[in-house]
Design a protein around this ligand. Structure first.
Ligand SMILES: Cc1ncc(COP(=O)(O)O)c(C=O)c1O
Length: 446
């Protein structure tokens, strides 16, 4: 039996339904990344502009998913279109470095002053993969510590304890388990990734002490964005830095989603974090596939051809992505754009909090500048994944479909994703989202 909101969804989206039936015969699940799949079937979009998307049936949606953090510049941003169009005329892939790579690297370094050098890649997965490889080479150690519930891309080494749900997968609170999220992960690889709790210095220290002289790196986001939005507690990163120095471990800050999004200098700037290595993707490409990893010169000079750490890729630093990234960071994501995004982000946050209070629905909100997420069934915003995972995921699923039916993509497609605001959203978009939130909360309250 489908829920009434699912029936409305099916009635609203015959084009997506028909397309899903055809595409799922040749592409597993009808999507090329599982996060885009949801029941009864995914939405298929025809186009986007600014803060909106239009589906195959021509229905309009205010978009707060923003391609999971990649489209902060806004869909089909005219400035980025112009930059890409100019580059297309000069060639899309030359087999030699793109001329704009220097200026884009300098712009990222301006925003992240602790970065001496960086290398471009294409996806967040690549950036975190290479950062881990570099940390292992630099320390001569092989273990990596990650935070439970954190996603850093789907590579074997980091696709561990991303979303453990059952007790056996979680392990005890004092000894969180390393659980592979994918079949096909060799046991030997699983053992190399250890798990700690975010915002819990004791849990990190326990792991480092137990595996003294074996841990190469700790990788974490500055603000968790893949367990809902969970900001760091005051002083947390000072302690993480202290522990890294004490145990000779490199700190890798994963700014793939937060970078150039939460602020011009991402979470590092907001919380004054100085990692050894940092990873970027999403917003730095203005919608084109672009990623980077960077950090202190002593480590970056270990990369081939200067040193022995391999980093290869046909499309690394390709001219199209560099052109889009340059236009985005230099021309779109200006101080004025961040001010606008944050203003609209404040309004959205306030609207959601008011809707919770006014409708009496039980929910807590996690928030950091323009990103936010709703944890249904919780009284307080959680401090780490384990607390967050106690939220009512089924209610979140109903909220998602209700919001789609009202023409709003409220966040990425799962409870652990977040809402965002782009440089092209307008106040009317936020008003529509808040109204839809009120109407939805009234429907799903009980
Ligand atoms: C924090 C974080 N790191 C890494 C990744 C992987 O990025 P990509 O999807 O570009 O491989 C993601 C993707 O959502 C992410 O949120």
């Amino acid at each position: 039996m489908s829920l009434p909101e699912e029936e409305i969804y099916i009635k609203n989206t015959p084009g997506s339904k028909a397309y899903f039936e055809r595409i799922s015969k040749v592409i597993p699940g009808g999507v090329n990344t599982a996060i885009q799949f949801f029941r009864p079937y995914p939405l298929y979009m025809a186009r986007g502009f600014g803060g909106k998307l239009w589906d195959l049936d021509g229905r309009e949606y205010v978009d707060h998913c923003l391609a999971y953090g990649a489209m902060t510049a806004g869909h089909a941003n005219p400035i980025i279109i112009e930059a890409i169009s100019e580059q297309i005329k000069k060639g899309t892939l030359l087999g030699f470095q793109a001329e704009g790579a220097l200026e884009l690297a300098q712009e990222i370094i301006r925003r992240y002053p602790f970065v001496d050098m960086l290398r471009f890649s294409n996806t967040g997965l690549e950036a975190t993969f290479y950062a881990v490889r570099l940390a292992r080479a630099a320390t001569g150690r092989k273990l990596v510590v990650k935070m439970e519930g954190c996603y850093h891309g789907a590579s074997d080494v980091l696709m561990i304890s991303d979303k453990p749900r059952r007790r056996v997968q979680l392990g005890s609170i004092h000894n969180p388990a390393s659980t592979p999220d994918s079949l096909g992960t060799p046991e030997e690889v699983v053992k190399q990734t250890l798990v700690a709790h975010f915002n819990d210095v004791g849990s990190l220290e326990r792991v480092l002490k137990k595996h003294e002289n074996e841990v190469a790196a700790i990788i974490t986001e500055p603000v968790l964005t893949n367990s809902g939005i969970i900001p760091p507690e005051k002083g947390y990163f000072n302690e993480v830095r202290r522990l890294c120095d004490e145990y000779g471990v490199l700190l890798i800050l994963d700014e793939v989603k937060t970078g150039c999004n939460l602020s011009p200098g991402g979470g590092s700037q907001l919380y004054g974090i100085e990692p050894d290595l940092v990873t970027f993707a999403k917003a730095i490409g203005g919608g084109a596939p672009l990623a980077a990893f960077g950090g202190k010169r002593e480590y970056m000079e270990m990369i081939t051809p200067l040193g022995g750490v391999v980093h290869y890729g046909t499309y690394n630093g390709n001219p199209l992505s560099i052109a889009a990234g340059l236009a985005s960071l230099k021309k779109v994501m200006t101080d004025a754009a961040y001010a606008k995004i944050n203003r609209l982000g404040d309004e959205l946050y306030k609207g959601v909090v008011d809707a919770i209070a006014d409708t009496g629905i039980k929910a807590a909100v996690g928030r950091c500048t323009m990103m936010g997420s709703i944890f249904f069934g919780l009284d307080e915003p959680p401090k780490n994944y384990r607390e967050a995972s106690k939220c009512d995921a089924a209610k979140w699923g109903r909220y998602w479909i209700h919001m789609l039916n009202r023409g709003v993509i409220p966040a990425g497609s799962a409870w652990f994703e977040e809402w965002m605001v782009s440089a092209m959203h307008e106040p009317e978009d936020i008003e529509k989202t808040i109204q839809a939130t009120y109407d939805t909360f009234k429907e799903i309250k009980d």
